[in-house]
Design a protein around this ligand. Structure first.
Ligand SMILES: [Zn+2]
Length: 348
């Protein structure tokens, strides 16, 4: 089966600028900088793209974006980019940010379509800005459009899928993705995130609403959490949920900021931990014959990001890396997983 990676030069032109006086600055720059993509692509070049075929992404159409966002949001983002006006204190833009954001959303939608129509069995959309904090009507947390939501809705409304599972392993809660799908059982949203932490959402008691009740799965994890919790929950909660929910497409909202070397968060996942999480999802997807795509979110130590992403992509392509969890499964995993797996929503 072929693997595709959607990418764009436009990702490099989204200039988030000098951030010298900010506590989250990385080498004086905004942490969400073009260096992230430069490091990722250098690592993939070194590895001959792990056998994936790189493809230039197209920009998202308004029709694609309007499945996740109202017209007023598109208008606001366009106007802010044109005037280089920040969308919030962290979310800075320049005129070229608009094209970057449109390619990020368009690449994610193209990935979903390629996975749905069988062009690819697995793949990735590696763009910036990230997307999972973007709510339907609000850009925030470095995110302009919710790329993974645009991808999931493209798969549902254009390709005709009925069940998409999104696993968000970024260290921050994917508040935007959760809000967009809170009442929608066509998407099962699972998030592993440091809590309490930015953006403040993601309590275990938030489980979706109305028809979507039970299809939001939040796993808030304490600062300091490492492979034992992240890998353990992927193996013992996410994999069984794949078997119960039977998604026709799995999308990983993949941030690598739970890495122990990340400057923005306080979790301790290792390179091998990310490989083990990807392997667990690969095995679960294979058992269910489900195509699998990775959409890049955060990750701010660029070397850790590039290494961990490359290991994950290798595992998703079915090429074992030989890397694994640095810890045994944390005993707390069972207590988190058991009540979620017992929820009636999944007993279909
Ligand atoms: Zn993050």
């Amino acid at each position: 089966m072929k693997g595709l990676i959607f990418r764009s030069e436009a990702s490099l032109a989204h200039d988030t600028g000098d951030h010298r006086d900010h506590p989250e600055a990385v080498n004086g720059d905004h942490p969400e900088s073009a260096q992230r993509i430069v490091a990722i692509e250098a690592e993939l070049d070194r590895l001959d793209w792990l056998g994936y075929e790189p493809r230039a992404s197209a920009t998202a159409t308004d029709a694609m974006l309007l499945r996740a966002h109202p017209q007023s949001h598109l208008d606001r983002v366009r106007a802010a980019c044109a005037k280089s006006e920040p969308l919030d204190s962290d979310t800075v833009v320049v005129p070229a940010s608009l094209a970057a954001a449109l390619h990020a959303a368009g690449g994610a939608a193209a990935l979903a379509e390629a996975l749905c129509d069988g062009t690819a069995g697995f793949g990735a959309s590696l763009h910036r800005p990230p997307g999972h904090h973007a709510e339907a009507e609000r850009a925030m947390g470095f995110c302009l459009f919710n790329n993974v939501a645009v991808a999931a809705l493209h798969a549902i409304e254009v390709c005709g899928l009925e069940r998409v599972l999104i696993l968000d392993w970024d260290v921050h809660h994917g508040n935007g993705t959760e809000a967009i799908f809170a009442s929608d059982p066509r998407v099962c949203f699972i998030s592993l995130h440091q809590h309490p932490f930015y953006p403040g959402t993601g309590s275990a008691s938030d489980q979706g609403e109305r028809e979507g009740s039970g299809y939001t799965v939040n796993c808030p994890l304490p600062a300091g959490s490492g492979d034992g919790l992240f890998v353990g929950l992927t193996e013992q909660l996410v994999a069984p949920l794949v078997a119960l929910y039977r998604p026709q497409l799995i999308l990983i909202s993949a941030g690598f900021d739970a890495h122990r070397d990340d400057p923005l968060a306080q979790c301790n996942v290792t390179d091998g931990g990310f490989a083990a999480m990807a392997r667990a999802v690969y095995v679960a997807a294979g058992n269910a014959s489900t195509p699998l795509g990775l959409v890049l979110e955060g990750g701010y130590n660029v070397d850790a990001l590039a290494r961990s992403l490359a290991l994950s992509l290798s595992e998703l392509a079915g090429m074992p890396t030989g890397k694994g969890s640095s810890e045994p499964i944390d005993p707390r995993v069972v207590g988190v997983a058991a009540p979620i797996l017992a929820r009636r929503a999944f007993a279909t």
